[in-house]
Write a protein that binds this ligand. Structure first.
Ligand SMILES: CC(C)(COP(=O)(O)OP(=O)(O)OC[C@H]1O[C@@H](n2cnc3c(N)ncnc32)[C@H](O)[C@@H]1OP(=O)(O)O)[C@@H](O)C(=O)NCCC(=O)NCCS
Length: 174
């Protein structure tokens, strides 16, 4: 059986439309990123993306010893099967490989599924941005340590039925 993590690919500019399609199915209209924004984000210094075609995607960026999740989305029909977890852990591992020691992200206070995912990946709240989203919701700023001493020491428990750990060396489709 092919695992979820085995199908994660590094996203390139050629995937801009595929990334935007996943995003469009996952966020309200005012928060959706089209192909042009996807391409712009991927072109930022230190940016990288991972995609499970037709199912999920994550964009992140690392600069020196800090990294951030830019966006993360899983198609509604593919949720609750470990893909969001696999994408997040893969992005954390990739950022750590690029030298980041800390990762940040923003999440809406009302986004219970994402908040649960991030909590289980050892993210903790370090700030709050009032009215951050177009509909007026606040964002929580979350932080997690990456790799090494004091780093991501207790990742989400791995469920064999939901894919293996994405940092295993043979699990990438390049
Ligand atoms: C958040 C999101 C990426 C999670 O993707 P997913 O593939 O369903 O997540 P997983 O199956 O890997 O779940 C991992 C953990 O997340 C949490 N989680 C996911 N969906 C949840 C839900 N509906 N309710 C509560 N917790 C949930 C759980 O802790 C879960 O672990 P468990 O399955 O062992 O209970 C997905 O719901 C999504 O794309 N949402 C819309 C876009 C979005 O909000 N992105 C994040 C912006 S910050």
């Amino acid at each position: 059986m092919t695992t979820t993590a085995a199908l994660l690919m590094r996203a390139t500019l050629a995937h801009a439309h595929a990334l935007a399609a996943i995003h469009a199915a996952s966020f309200p209209l005012a928060e959706q990123w089209g192909p042009d924004v996807m391409a712009l984000q991927l072109g930022l210094p230190g940016a990288f993306g991972l995609v499970h075609l037709g199912s999920g995607m994550v964009l992140a960026r690392s600069m020196a010893d800090e990294a951030e999740i830019l966006t993360l989305a899983v198609m509604p029909e593919r949720r609750r099967d470990g893909l969001g977890r696999a994408l997040l852990l893969a992005a954390m591992d990739r950022a750590a490989q690029q030298g980041a020691r800390t990762m940040f992200l923003e999440v809406a206070v009302t986004n219970a599924p994402a908040r649960s995912l991030y909590t289980r990946a050892n993210f903790t709240q370090v700030g709050q941005r009032p009215s951050y989203y177009p509909d007026g919701r606040d964002a929580l700023v979350l932080r997690a340590a990456l790799g090494g001493e004091g780093g991501r020491s207790g990742p989400l428990p791995l469920d064999p039925a939901k894919g293996r750990h994405p940092s295993e060396p043979d699990c990438w489709v390049e």
